[in-house]
Design a protein around this ligand. Structure first.
Ligand code: B1M
Length: 225
């Protein structure tokens, strides 16, 4: 099967909120040995972008957005489950570090964060996923409890990005800025935003998140020498 055709059908399945079709596509892709993570990010992900754009211009109602998002969430969970079982493509790695991951307070968007949690786990990180709508005070408390190396926050709304800034402020106020490396992500975030608020790293997607996290850990270990 042609990869482009597969991605187009995956996009359509999300736009049409057709879960049966989406799950069929996953099975076909699995059988033909396609990269399921790439299918999730570039195929189904494109459908997600499309429903977001349609919602933005009023072509999709909120209930329709919620329905399509539910399909995307189930698709994501199905693919992540397959990826976690795929020891050939993702062999068990030695532990790289501990990551506390959360979607910030006021924000329920957790599909992307779930994918980031999965890619980081497959790369050898221990990931404690706190879920969504998590206040910065709780994030910091959990980071201390688990002796985390990295605190990663996800924000999908322009109105909730400020929580990532609040986290940096809280770390500074409590004199704990050097205790943890911070990493931010989510559609409205940019490298410029990360730099502006003083976050340690930014990544655009779940694959890049692994690269950034590994780099940050390497730097941390170097500074300890
Ligand atoms: Co909402 N939503 N939504 N939504 N939603 C957006 C974000 C929006 C851009 C849609 C639009 O209008 N075009 C818009 C935000 C506008 C803005 O602030 N600029 C929006 C809005 C307005 C809203 C509501 C306010 C709507 C309303 O109620 N009127 C409401 C807010 C609720 C709240 O949070 N308080 C709302 C609700 C919802 C649903 C519940 C229906 C659902 C979320 C379901 C869920 O997550 N459980 C939903 C969805 C699905 C979307 C869109 C369509 C898709 C988001 C998504 O899952 N993307 C979104 C439009 C869009 O993004 N195109 C939209 C797929 C996912 C794989 O990508 O999350 O970007 P993403 O994650 C990527 C990267 O960003 C990165 O890696 C991931 C994987 O590659 N990444 C990280 C993410 N976190 C990272 C952390 C890292 C590193 C990388 O390190 C720590």
């Amino acid at each position: 099967m042609d990869k482009q055709e597969l991605y187009t059908r995956a996009k359509e399945a999300i736009v049409d909120a057709d879960e049966e079709k989406a799950l069929r596509i996953i099975e076909e892709a699995k059988k033909d040995n396609f990269d399921l993570l790439e299918l999730l990010l570039s195929g189904f992900g494109a459908g997600n972008d499309e429903i977001g754009d349609r919602f933005d211009v009023g072509r999709l109602s909120l209930p329709e957005l919620i329905y399509a998002a539910e399909v995307m969430k189930n698709v994501t969970n199905t693919i992540l489950q397959y990826l976690n079982e795929d020891e050939e493509r993702y062999p068990i790695q030695e532990k790289k570090g501990t990551v506390i991951l959360a979607t910030v307070a006021g924000d329920v968007h957790d599909i992307g964060k779930g994918i980031v949690a999965s890619t980081l786990r497959n790369a050898g990180f221990e990931v404690i996923d706190l879920g969504c709508e998590v206040p910065v005070e709780v994030i910091l408390e959990k980071a201390k409890e688990h002796n985390a190396d990295i605190i990663g926050t996800s924000a999908l709304l322009t109105s909730t990005m400020s929580e990532q800034k609040r986290l940096e402020k809280l770390l500074t106020e409590r004199g704990e800025k050097d205790s943890f490396i911070t990493m931010v992500g989510g559609a409205p975030c940019t490298p410029r935003w990360a730099k502006k608020i003083g976050a340690g790293g930014y990544s655009e997607d779940a694959v890049d998140a692994v690269r950034v996290a590994l780099e940050l850990i390497k730097e941390k270990n170097k500074s300890k020498e």
